[in-house]
Design a protein. Sequence first.
Lengths: 425, 714
Amino acid sequence: METVPAAQRSILIVGGGIAGITAAVEAAEAGYEAIIVEQGAYLGGRVAQLYKYFPKLCPPYCGLEINFQRLRKAPGIRVFTLAEVEQIVGRPGEFDVSIRLHPRYVNDRCTACGACTPVCPKDRPNAFNFGVGTTKAIYLPHEMAFPMKYAIDGSVCGFTECARCVEVCQYGAVDLAMQPRSFSLQVGAVVVATGWKPYDAGQLDYLGFGKYPDVITNVMMERLAAPNGPTRGKILRPSDGGEVNSVAFVQCAGSRDYNYLPYCSGICCMASLKEATYLRERNPNAKAHIFYIDLRTPGTYEAFSKKVREQYGVSITKGKVARVTEDSTSKQLIVEAEDILSAQKIQVRADLVVLATGIEPSLEPGKMDAPIVLDADRFVVSRGTADGIFTAGCAAGPMDVATAVQQATSAAIQAIGALQGAARR
Amino acid sequence: MGKKVGVYVCTGCGIGDCLDTRKLVELAETECRAPVVRSSSAFCLEDARLIRDDVEQQRVDSVVIAGCSSRVNAEVFFFKPAFVERVNIRERVTWGQPANDPETQSLAEDYLRMGIVRAQKAAPPVPYQEATERRVLVVGGGMAGMAAVIAAAKAGFEVVLVERSPRLGGFAARLHRQFPKHPPYRDLEAPAVAATIRELEQLPGVTVFTSSEIEQIEGQPGRFSVLVRREEGSAELRAGAIVLAAGWMPVEADVLAGYGLGRYPNVVTSVALEEMAAQGRIVRPSDGREVQSVGLILCDGPEDAAHLPYGGSVSSLVALKQAMYLREQAPSATVYLLYEDMQAPGLYEYFYRRVQEDPGVLLSRGVVRSMGEDSDGGILLEAEGTPIGGAVRLKVDLLVLSTGMRPATLGPNGPGILNLRYLQGGELPTSAFGYPDSHYICFPYETQRTGIYSAGAVRKPMDLAASAQDGAAAALKAIQCIEKSSAGAAVHPRVGDLSYPTFFLQKCTSCGRCTQECPFGALELDEKKRPVLNTNRCRRCGICMGACPVQIISFNDYSIDMLSGMIKAVGIPDEFEEKPRILALACENDACPALDMAGLRRLQYSAAVRVIPVRCLGSVNSILIADAVSRGFDGVALMGCRPGDDYQCHFIRGSELLRRRMDNVRETLDQLALESERVQVMEVTISEWEQIPQKLAELDEIVARVGPNPMKGF
């Protein structure tokens, strides 16, 4: 085995979310090399932004911590953050990959001591909190960032005209002259785990997003509930910081609708049931109401749905929400829907409306020049891809974390099989 | 054993501004007599070289770095072959405590003392290595099992497949069509099973035993001895790791009797309909007549007579699929599909929509309330809860019950599938639903039996395509286990750990507690009822070490002696100084990261607390608490994760077992006339570091209320 070229023992993992991390550690623990190329400044992707997982209501940091321990211990893993794959050409056993590294403006000498942030004069919207609140231009992405290194947002930094962070950093870790650079490497197989992004709720004007500040999305709700979120875990009305005594969840906000996303995003029903518990655990008298078309809680998740409805007193109405408006005097939101079972139009008032926006693939067409096939919704088609290239997680379609982990583990061994096949060729 | 300890005190990241690091250096040199002591603000940068030089040239074999958390710079502070101990005076001292304060200084000094003790007492682990079998055993030849075989074989491993029935394919071989998996996700596909069997049969290194069952499995990962019961007699084989892919079974017919199954001939299950479709013609069982109207109902949810605690995405999709069969066969037929919630998640929505577009399929929400049979064998249904309101009556030629899935392990042969000769039982421990228990979100393949990974519908309800992925994934876990076992290293979650517990058997009282408490069934008993370790089954959590009432279990680099030494290294101010001391034994996987993040956020918490990381709260032996109390600690915090049904413990039961041990601890304290509330189990969630100061303050208050530990100074 020692005689095979290094490329034939290495797997490129495009994307460092839960699917990418899993594929990398699972391959590495079987003795292979994995190269993770992550577009963001840290590994963990979307799951790092979640407060809890369904149905265990446990923190994603818990599993991430173990995975980061595994990453640190595995000898065969290399990680590139703020990096993008530009091109993949070749065949199993010999893919040439070109990668573009975007400048972090902070080098590996950073100790995460944090001396730089107090002196930084520039703010940027806190992307980790989906734009709620700000960070300084030089920032640590979040408390469990991997790598534990600061980064500078080049779009707001004052660079050499300011350079206060450079002066204050004792370790020479800030490098404002850092330039983007490209490099190439060879791998034997590829796992595309480019993940997802929340559907843009701004498209859904009938649901009041952007118009009423108390209409938020499900991912924003995760940040509101998270102890390291903009409100330190307090679920408050964004408009006035007031207490939330009632919340309405609007399922299929965009999903299952040919005007927006024709497919079902798969996870939003479970996510809303979960988020209803966030509010109820903080405010046991609060009302939570879910409007849905089908409450999609497949398999054993059915038990979670039952538990939430019974133990947390969450009420549900089968019916699609027609629109969300605001009571001009009380400023309370009004959700109008049709209750399919009673065939009546109903109105529910709520302090907060959470739109269960869906999953869109992150991979932009044409961004990565690679022999992969995308379907009409831009999901990577599993078996349409060239030999030696596999896909996992929400790059392949909407799915929950457990399924993404399943697919990632599966993709890792398929990639190993491709390496072995190439070595025998 | 004489160890040469090098102590490296970092002054960077604010440490030097907060602490008198010269005093720390002096403490290491004089009090702890470390032969090499250095100080720098750049050990993680240029001065890492100094440490490396000391290891290589001065033969320092134990490196103690007082600086940042071990969760950062792990790749820098790696000085093989030396043991590296990281003393966290950054996140846990400097970043959370007031600068230049005597209590802050004393905290750092205690941590340094504790770290040096740990380094002195840690012996390098000697890996347990014996000849390992590089063969994977797969139990079950359905889609998941076959996918496991193919994946393992393609990865270069030998595989043996044991299948109970005479042919491969499992349930998949009985399918007419499978769900759409290719764009535009609207068309049913021919099952991949025949092609999969062909692929499997052509792979080198694959042995298939059909009409065979597992008679028994003995041993441990890397060295399982397997007896296979075959028609031509038993076969013996050895395997390194095992994939359990025993599949599923439909819910029993008697459960569905309420729907007339068994009473009315024209009521059939979806399984029976699938077989009819596969054979080419769907007819009424009563008279063989072509069907013109069919009812399809989902009977698999918790609200249903089947009373499964779970439903299935699969049964909804099966009903949609079978609606299409019927419409293809008889274009004039009408199909009524009644459901509560149509479980067609993700891209299956396109398939649902395709069925909705068919005017011959009437889909409606509805729950069957009563039913009967008319004179010509037709089935009469009355459904409620439909959108058109009121009760709806239907008459159909055939009623199909789309049933739920249950793991084969719950079936009649369930108790005898693996037949492990393990003291803790012959099969995999299961969760509330009867599926093999695991951290099913993050680490779904990690069962409680090391080296045995479950896959497919025996693991959770899933469809054919998912089963194929699942089988392959479990095969990877099996391969990893073989690789790690052959290196004498642990698998998940302490991957690569070379240490393992040893037992000082001369003092063993044969109480069996270690054997019972091991969550992984790693321990068997010898003829004197003393523990025998199967090292490759062990996950190195230390729960046995925590359980042993006579403290005879230890690891080379983790022991009661070591932890006790660390406790004793803490300087306890006398009772008149009014400086209480609290010992925190904290889980290194959740509580310790939370403490780090509290530091990162510069949260200040009680400076009285001295934290010792433990592998798992379950590894905390009661004697350590007694040690702390007799040493003069005023309080003890046991910081770990949430127990119960939705437990978070990476070792399944650690925090739960510790809680049970606490009853004895309280009793002991009461006997000593010490307030048992001094000892508190604290649930600490990794993401809720903001709560840590408050939680520790509550213990401070208890200590203030009950007063100083009267044992101080004894």
